[in-house]
Design a protein around this ligand. Structure first.
Ligand SMILES: NC(=O)c1ccc[n+]([C@@H]2O[C@H](COP(=O)([O-])OP(=O)(O)OC[C@H]3O[C@@H](n4cnc5c(N)ncnc54)[C@H](O)[C@@H]3O)[C@@H](O)[C@H]2O)c1
Length: 314
């Protein structure tokens, strides 16, 4: 296995923007893009390699399935993007076959690396990839709500007038309509929200404000897709964050989408719960002490994903 080789399957908006952000980060030594659309692939790679004098040293090239075998990470962004008005779950059937067959090819290549799923609906696609690859759950996981958690941090920081880097916040459950903000795990400068809000005193109805923030996070993708057709900048940065935790063995706690084995009473699906992410992948699920309301929200989200998985022939 090459030490820091990342293969990106799908060189569309998300895949190419991720390649661009990853090249700038200096985290990968080698970035290989693949896509079934060879013209698009050629164009994206040409455009990226012309930036090499400005990037930290990195090799960027076109590739194919033969690149899976020695990859440190294979990141799957292939599939159809969410169309205006289309829910993530409607993308289900279309993307399941694409992601499932790619996951099988990665596994049969003998790859010893990590598989990261991005294609939507990401929780269902992660479960499909997990089942079709036959890999252990730590090595195949999805980007989950890492993006949504970033959006939550942003909205809290804007609302509270505090540096976003002082905000720690986690969105759990489905990357989709049933996701929820785990307020019991959220803090501003080390102060949990239930203590920070009364202390700050800026809002009269802070409980209502938190609900408004949560709704903004949940509806973000719809707002962006309505305005410009698809989302790709922030998700690309979220993917670089996850990649960095794997390739640099950072052991960051991230809300990636993983297959629980009884944690939180859940199994038979993938969804976002706090995980330690390292060069072993999603190596440890952290069963944080959620409130009863949060546990109910997590179960509701799980039910939505389980319902979607049931519709599929995996
Ligand atoms: N998880 C997240 O947070 C998140 C955020 C944004 C988008 N997405 C999802 O990422 C996916 C990609 O979005 P996009 O905007 O880049 O779409 P896009 O249409 O721009 O790119 C998708 C690419 O996949 C390629 N492709 C399709 N089938 C393939 C196959 N079998 N092998 C190789 N390549 C194949 C297409 O040719 C296309 O270039 C979508 O499913 C989208 O919903 C996820």
């Amino acid at each position: 296995m090459n030490r820091r080789k990342v293969v990106i399957v799908g060189a569309g908006s998300v895949g190419a923007t991720y390649a661009y952000a990853l090249a700038q980060s200096g985290v990968a030594e080698e970035i290989v893009l693949t896509d079934m659309n060879s013209e698009l692939l050629r164009g994206q790679v040409m455009d990226l390699v012309h930036g090499q004098p400005f990037f930290p040293t990195v090799s960027i090239k076109e590739g194919s399935e033969v690149d899976f075998a020695d990859a440190s990470m294979v990141v799957i962004t292939a599939g159809s993007a969410q169309k205006p008005g289309e829910t993530r779950l409607q993308l289900l059937q279309k993307n399941a076959e694409i992601v499932g067959s790619i996951a099988e090819k990665v596994a049969s290549s003998g790859c010893k690396g990590i598989m990261l799923i991005v294609s939507n609906p990401v929780d269902v696609m992660t479960y499909v990839a997990y089942r079709r690859s036959g890999w252990e759950r730590s090595r195949v996981f999805g980007s989950g709500t890492v993006l949504d958690s970033a959006r939550l941090k942003y909205f809290i920081s804007q609302h509270c007038g505090v540096d976003v880097h002082n905000v720690h916040a986690y969105v759990l459950g489905e990357h989709g309509d049933s996701e929820f903000a785990a307020w019991s795990m959220t803090h501003v400068g080390g102060i949990t929200m239930d203590k920070y809000c009364p202390y700050c005193g800026k809002c009269e109805e802070w409980d209502g404000q938190l609900k408004w923030i949560e709704k903004q996070v949940r509806d973000s993708a719809y707002h962006i897709i309505d305005a410009k057709g698809s989302t790709y900048f922030a998700v690309a940065l979220a993917l670089v964050r996850i990649t960095s935790s794997v390739l640099r063995n950072q052991k960051s706690m991230l809300t990636v989408s993983v297959v629980p084995d009884g944690e939180f009473g859940l199994s038979g699906l993938a969804l976002s719960i706090p995980c330690i992410v390292s060069n072993n992948g999603a190596e440890r699920i952290v069963t944080s002490p959620l409130t009863d309301d949060e546990l109910s929200s997590l179960q509701r989200s799980a039910d939505v994903i389980l319902g979607a998985i049931k519709e599929l022939q995996i």
